[in-house]
Design a protein around this ligand. Structure first.
Ligand code: OAD
Length: 251
């Protein structure tokens, strides 16, 4: 896949590049995106119906079983060439930081470090009363959520549900990075869900170069400096190859 020299030049010149990744980044690892219909047993539900505090309060077991299904699915998933290319990209652009909306941990599994998880992590267990981390490994396979060892409240996954605030420290760091970057790569996100989707506008207001990698158009597409239409698992390795060529030919 040939990428425009202007895009490669912009990435090579960046000193403070930031990535915001979304579910599309993990699509090629077999993890359904939010806009995909849920598979099989869960096809009659929409994430918006299950990933909420109200749904958990109404039926903790149902929500727990959905997350158990997602954990089992993600536990089998492996980083794809897109995740691995971002590790290579960090080697070519040492200032690169990754902010992700994904909860699957695949960036970290591929070797990316200091990943900012805006929406938490699927495999974290927290108390549903005070949201503090709990250790209940070995008790999570049941049909009902285990009880918090401290207070007895049901344990829940450490992810952000619809209508909940993002983890404060993670979101503050993400905002600072977006406002201070000189290149913003929006990869595999529909750019529909705020406040994560607002990060691109912070970068734009800081005159950063905005790049989108996505097979489809999003609300961000018309505002980008560069748009690469394609799957991240194909585009990102091509981008790394192009940058390496730049480095060797010294163009
Ligand atoms: P979405 O499911 O909204 O969007 C996935 C995006 O990835 C779409 O724009 C697809 O076109 C694109 N896509 C699909 N396959 C791709 C591929 N192979 N390579 C690149 N892009 C691909 O997922 P998000 O944008 O991540 O929030 O959704 C944001 C948030 O909405 C999620 O984090 C979740 C959900 O509500 C919470 O859970 C709080």
């Amino acid at each position: 896949m040939d990428l425009p020299p202007a895009l490669l030049g912009a990435i090579a010149a960046a000193r403070r590049p930031v990535v915001l990744s979304g579910a599309g980044m993990s699509a090629e690892s077999g993890v359904p995106t939010f806009r995909d219909a849920l598979d099989g047993l869960w096809s009659r539900y929409r994430p918006e119906e299950l990933a909420t505090p109200e749904a958990f309060a109404a039926d903790p077991g149902l929500v727990w079983r959905w997350y158990r299904w997602r954990r089992d699915l993600v536990a089998e998933a492996k980083p794809n060439p897109g995740h691995r290319a971002l590790v290579d990209l960090a080697g070519l652009a040492p200032g690169l930081r990754i902010i992700t909306q994904n909860v699957d941990g695949l960036h970290q599994d591929a070797g990316s470090t200091e990943v900012i998880e805006l929406h938490g992590n699927l495999f974290a267990d927290i108390c549903s009363r005070d949201r503090a981390p709990v250790s209940v490994s070995g008790e999570t396979a049941g049909d009902e959520p285990p009880a918090c060892p401290r207070c007895g409240a049901p344990v829940r996954p450490g992810v952000v549900w619809f209508g909940e605030f993002l983890p404060e420290a993670a979101f503050a760091e993400a905002r600072a990075l977006a406002a201070g970057c000189d290149l913003f790569l929006s990869i595999g996100t529909s750019s529909l869900v705020s406040p994560a989707a607002d990060l691109a506008w912070l970068a734009m207001n800081a005159d950063a170069t905005i790049v989108e990698i996505n097979p489809d158009r999003t609300p961000l597409t018309p505002h980008c400096d560069h748009v690469v239409t394609g799957p991240s698992g194909m585009v990102l390795p091509a981008l790394v190859d192009g940058l390496r060529e730049l480095h060797t030919t010294g163009d």
